[in-house]
Each structure stands twice: as C-alpha cells, then as structure tokens.
Design a protein around this ligand. Structure first.
Ligand SMILES: Cc1cc2nc3c(=O)[nH]c(=O)nc-3n(C[C@H](O)[C@H](O)[C@H](O)COP(=O)(O)OP(=O)(O)OC[C@H]3O[C@@H](n4cnc5c(N)ncnc54)[C@H](O)[C@@H]3O)c2cc1C
Length: 377
C-alpha cells in the first residue's frame, strides 16, 4: 500500500488546480486519471480573464507552443434571428484547446501522476480511504467530472438538479475550409435557443474550428442538435464537410438541488460538485476556483479530514457563488413570456453587451478570488 496526503481523482482543471496548491504547500499528492494526457475534452475552450487570473497563467508564455485565440467580441443572436456584433478594443477572453490546456496544467501541478486507468474501487477505512486496494489516503478530492467515482460514492442515487447535455466537434480546417468559414476568428458566434434553454456556438482557434450545442437536458436533445447543424449549413456559417458525428458530454449546473460538496475525508470540486454557471454553462472557472478553495480548506484543516474540519469549503463556495438557487427562467414566469421577452432583449445591443456578455458570460462584477491573504490574479 502506498500512502499519500491527498489523492485527487481526475486531472482536469479542477483536479490539477487543487493538486498544484497542495503540492506547493508541501503535501504528497497523487492525481489519478482514466485518460492518458494529452486527452480530448468536449469543450468550446473559452476562458475569461477570471480563469487566467485564477490560474496565475502567463498567457504569452503559454501561447508559445499552444493555441491561444484572442477574442475581442461576440456575434450573438437567437437562432435564425438578426445577429448583433458586440466588439471591444481589446481581448476580452481567449479560446484554447482543452487537449493542450489540461495537459499543460496537469504537468505544471507538480503532483505525482497515475494515468491511463480508471479508479474502480473506493473503500472507507477508520483513517481514510483505500483506492483500488493499493493507495491509502486520509483525503480524496473528487475531481472526476460529471461521472466522478468519488461523487458517486457520496451520491449513489441519481440526484435531482439541472443537467446540461452538450455535443461538439473540433476540427483543423484546411485553407479552403477556412476560406469558406463565415466565423470571424476574433468574434465567436453564439446562437441562443428561442426558449432560452441552451445555445450553440462557433469558435475559431487558430486553424481550428469548434462547433457545438448545449442545452438543459430533455428527451429532445438530438432533434435540437440536428436543427442547429442544419441552420449552420443553410446559412453557410461553417464548411459543408464538418464531421457528422459529434462527441457529447453532460454536466451539472450550480443550482437549487446541488450536491453535497463535503463528507468525511472527501471534497468534491469542479463538475464532480456540479458547479457550472447556471446561465452561461461555463465550468472552467468554477473548476479552477473550487480546486483552489478545496486545497485551501484542506490546508486550513491542518491534518483534520472529518466532515466538520472540511466544512469551511462548502461555506467558501457559497460565499463565492451565492446560495444555490433555481435559474431565473425556472422561477415564476410562464415559458411563453420568457421566450418572448428573451427575443426582445436579445435584439437590444445594450442588453447584449451589459447583461448577457459582461454580466452573465464575462462576470465583470465578480470580485477577484482571495486566497490565503493574497489576491489570485
Ligand atoms: C461541449 C462542452 C463545451 C463546454 N465549453 C465550455 C467553455 O467554453 N468554457 C467553460 O468555462 N466551460 C465549458 N464547458 C464546461 C467545462 O468543460 C467543464 O465544466 C470543465 O471541464 C470541468 O472541469 P473538471 O476538472 O471539473 O472536469 P473534467 O475537465 O471533466 O475532468 C475530469 C477528469 O476526470 C477523469 N475521470 C473521470 N472518471 C474517472 C475515473 N473513474 N477514474 C479516473 N479518472 C476519471 C476524466 O478523464 C477527466 O480527465 C463545456 C462543457 C461541454 C460539455
């Protein structure tokens, strides 16, 4: 049996961010992931300045050898409606490729890695956990995304709460495909569903094009994806020869019926905790920040791993993201009115700029995350 101070299950942005802070504090940390990195991750790869700050990422240095696409605005519309281009005089976000990004972050964490085998068996002992019969630790960090085995140990039943289903493809375009692609590299396009339950996107990243669609899960998802793709082709937004089959994934939004984040010897972070933004669906920021907050809570627990010792982590999440609440659209307005109102608002440039983009997607009013007395970013 090999012993570690903490074992992180999942090497995505949540797991690597948590592992990095623990390693920097002197802990012996092992990260386990079923995949061998670099691995693909279904994701548009849009990162806001908050993500860059929370990661202490030097984008210029990262950009030497990795794809980094500056974004200076967005083209937004309700699918089939008039597009509004909202532009800025500087980059307001960036697009990265997750296969590169996650590999870089995991490598940078300095943790010991065991990649290429899924975690199968978690056993609770008097002093902590034994993973797959051979790794012992007082604390497990559940960072395995939506299907995280640690989260499933805590929440064996399918718990309620909104889940987003999403599908996408990312392709390297040939020169002729790039010439036929109507999307401006600095101005990704967002196409919102009329009923406000999801949106599609086209994001260019250097030579690559990422096209996808995400929506609050219901039985109609495949129909919506097909309709969105037909719309893109009809309007000649994307090259005609995109792959027909898109990989898909699901993840949980931070909302009313969220999961418990803490248990005896367990902290859940990122998608494993269900922390994605309830309106935009972005999950990279909350993955990185929750990873760092979990590390902080664990360090402050000073060797304690009982639920009570780790409970401050849940309080930190609530202080950062507010109490989990039902998304606005689900609260009390009739769906027809929400749809009508949404279409009117989406045609108003001030609403798109100030509310949709700056407030809901860029989170300009979210303060910097403070960690251990110092600002992050
Ligand atoms: C189509 C799509 C587009 C998206 N676009 C964006 C976007 O543009 N911007 C944004 O902010 N968010 C986006 N998101 C959300 C974002 O991708 C996630 O919220 C984010 O990746 C969560 O990070 P994580 O580290 O928690 O989990 P993940 O990145 O999913 O990492 C989890 C890791 O756990 C590993 N794992 C799983 N099971 C096991 C096991 N049994 N044993 C060992 N390892 C295991 C996996 O291999 C994986 O490496 C998108 C999501 C989807 C589906």
């Amino acid at each position: 049996v090999i012993r570690y101070d903490a074992v992180v299950v999942g090497g995505g942005p949540a797991g690597s961010s948590c592992a990095r802070d623990l390693v920097r504090a002197g802990a012996a940390v092992l990260v386990l992931d079923r995949a061998v990195f670099p691995r693909d991750k279904c994701c548009a790869g849009w990162i806001t300045p908050h993500v860059v700050a929370a990661l202490d990422l030097d984008l210029a240095a990262y950009g030497r050898g990795h794809v980094v696409q500056p974004i200076t605005g967005f083209a937004t519309s309700v699918v089939g409606g008039r597009e509004i281009a909202t532009t800025y005089d500087r980059p307001i976000s960036h697009a990265i490729r997750r296969c590169e990004f996650d590999h870089y972050l995991l490598d940078r964490s300095g943790a010991q890695l065991r990649l290429g085998a899924p975690v199968r068996h978690l056993e609770r002992t008097g002093t902590g956990w034994v993973v797959d019969g051979e790794i012992e630790t007082p604390v497990l960090i559940g960072a395995g995304g939506h299907f995280c085995p640690v989260a499933r140990t805590l929440h064996p039943a399918r718990d309620a709460g909104p889940v987003v289903a999403a599908q996408e493809c990312e392709v390297r375009m040939t020169r002729s495909q790039a010439e036929r692609c109507a999307i401006d590299p600095e101005l990704p396009a967002l196409y919102f569903c009329p009923d406000r339950r999801g949106y599609g996107w086209c994001v260019r990243k250097g030579d690559f094009l990422n096209v996808g669609f995400g929506r609050l899960a219901d039985g109609e998802f495949p129909r919506h994806v097909a309709a969105f793709l037909a719309f893109l082709h009809r309007e000649r937004k994307v090259p005609p020869d995109l792959p027909a089959k898109w990989p898909g994934h699901a993840y949980r939004l931070y909302a009313q019926k969220s999961r418990a984040f803490v248990a005896d010897g367990v902290l859940l972070v990122g998608d494993a905790a269900g922390l994605a933004h309830p309106i935009s669906g972005e999950g990279i920021l909350t993955a990185v920040e929750s990873g760092r907050l979990a590390a902080r809570a664990l360090l402050q627990a000073n060797g304690g791993s009982a639920r009570d010792a780790l409970a401050p982590y849940a309080a930190m999440l609530e202080a950062r993201y507010g109490k989990p609440a039902a998304p606005f659209r689900d609260r009390w307005l009739p769906p027809g009115l929400v749809s009508w109102l949404g279409q009117r608002l989406m045609a108003m440039p001030w609403f798109v700029r100030r509310v949709l983009l700056e407030r809901w997607f860029l989170h300009v009013d979210l303060p910097r995350l403070e960690l251990a007395g110092s600002h992050v970013g």
